[in-house]
Design a protein around this ligand. Structure first.
Ligand code: AVI
Length: 379
């Protein structure tokens, strides 16, 4: 018989933000192994508590309740053009499809950023943690399958690692797998909409420790500029004074390349968008007919972004959350925007949100950047 993996300890968090109630997650995922660097910015265990027993990853569930989901969807359906929050794309199937997008030849962002993180792990960890004492907690926003953090964890040796993600089903197995690979670093998963979190829940792992933020994947581009500014300010509050943030940002490039990345030949990006309709049908009693829509992703040069949308093939009426919604022929339901920022444009956005850009690393083609930010008022 195979030994059972250590169980997650899934608990409703103390200090739950108002409006959020415990709920189950939606998607299945698996942790992936990333090759890891070996230079420690903080000394390995010896000055900290000795590790006497294998750690088990702990999980807190702050997933938005179904009522919150319905409210957000109704708001989004009433917008012109209609647009739903991007995190709704990530149910179990959506998470699986997003991982598959990362493997498509046209979508290079995931592979390029993962390689950069692996190659520069020691340097990144040193810059991130320079002058920070005692050993910090590393907090990753939108951590997904935790496939990118391994080299940084090895190099940084933080006092703990906290992963925030919307999908409990993906977070659980991923945290467990990561914990097994990094037994000396306690792992805490928090299932939540990190863009709507006012504070990190009180937890012994977070007490009295400086916090460093990690936000790879260019997910900031999925928020429009005012939301992106608000999110960066929120990160500053969640991380606290004197914190730093390492953030991955995709940059503008040739229109054909960008449009190909979001219109992959295998149709995975389209399937990712169509999956949203299935989720709405399932969770909000919708009757969307996916065959009545087409998927479109195109570059909007004036806004420096890819717009991904489901386009109504003909005039139709759809029921969702007990209401009727009409679509004209050609009307769009925006599933996601993906904005791209030049280094200068991103640094200006960060400055408007109280962050000072202190260093930038890029891949060999200068397609994307990892920016290191420090809170502007922390000297
Ligand atoms: C998660 N995010 C950064 C992806 C992007 O590139 O905007 C989401 C995505 N949607 C379709 N393809 C990728």
């Amino acid at each position: 018989m195979l030994p059972r993996p250590p169980a997650d300890r899934t608990v409703a968090a103390p200090g739950r933000p108002p409006g959020l109630t415990p709920n189950h997650g939606e998607r299945q995922g698996s942790g992936t192994t990333a090759p890891e660097a070996d230079t420690a910015a903080h000394p390995p265990p010896g000055d900290g508590p000795a590790v006497t027993a294998p750690q088990t990853a702990e999980l807190l569930d702050l997933h938005p309740a179904p009522a919150d989901l319905e409210r957000l969807v109704l708001q989004g359906m009433a917008r012109q053009p209609r647009q739903l929050p991007a995190w709704l794309l990530y149910d179990a199937e959506g998470s699986r499809l997003f991982e598959a997008i990362g493997q498509q030849p046209e979508y290079r962002l995931t592979r390029q950023e993962t390689a950069l993180l692996r190659e520069r792990a020691s340097e990144l960890a040193r810059s991130l943690a320079e002058g920070i004492t005692p050993a910090p907690v590393l907090v990753e926003f939108g951590a997904g399958n935790l496939s990118k953090v391994g080299p940084l964890l090895e190099a940084l040796q933080p006092a703990a690692y906290v992963a925030l993600d919307i999908s409990l089903d993906q977070l659980g197995p991923s945290c467990r797998a990561l914990q097994e690979r990094h037994p000396a670093v306690p792992v805490l998963g928090i299932c939540c909409d990190y863009a709507d979190l006012d504070q990190l829940p009180p937890h012994p792992l977070l007490e009295g420790r400086p916090r460093l933020g990690f936000y790879p994947g260019s997910s900031l581009g999925n928020f429009d500029p005012p939301q992106a500014r608000a999110l960066l300010s929120r990160f500053a509050r969640l991380l606290g004074p004197g914190s730093r943030l390492l953030i991955g940002i995709d940059q503008p490039k040739a229109q054909e390349r960008l449009e190909a990345a979001y219109n992959d030949a295998a149709g995975v990006s389209a399937a990712f968008a169509f999956n949203l309709l299935r989720r709405l049908n399932r969770e909000l009693a919708g009757d969307f007919d996916p065959a009545a829509f087409t998927y479109r992703a195109h570059w909007e040069a004036n806004a420096n972004r890819i717009a991904m949308a489901l386009v109504s093939r003909h005039a139709q009426t759809v029921t969702l959350a007990g209401r009727r919604w009409s679509f004209t022929a050609g009307e769009t339901l925006i599933t996601e925007y993906s904005a791209k920022y030049t280094p200068e444009a991103f640094q200006a956005l960060a400055a408007e949100s109280g962050w000072l850009a202190i260093r930038r690393w890029c891949d060999g083609d200068d397609d994307l950047s990892l920016h290191l930010l420090a809170q502007a008022d922390s000297g």
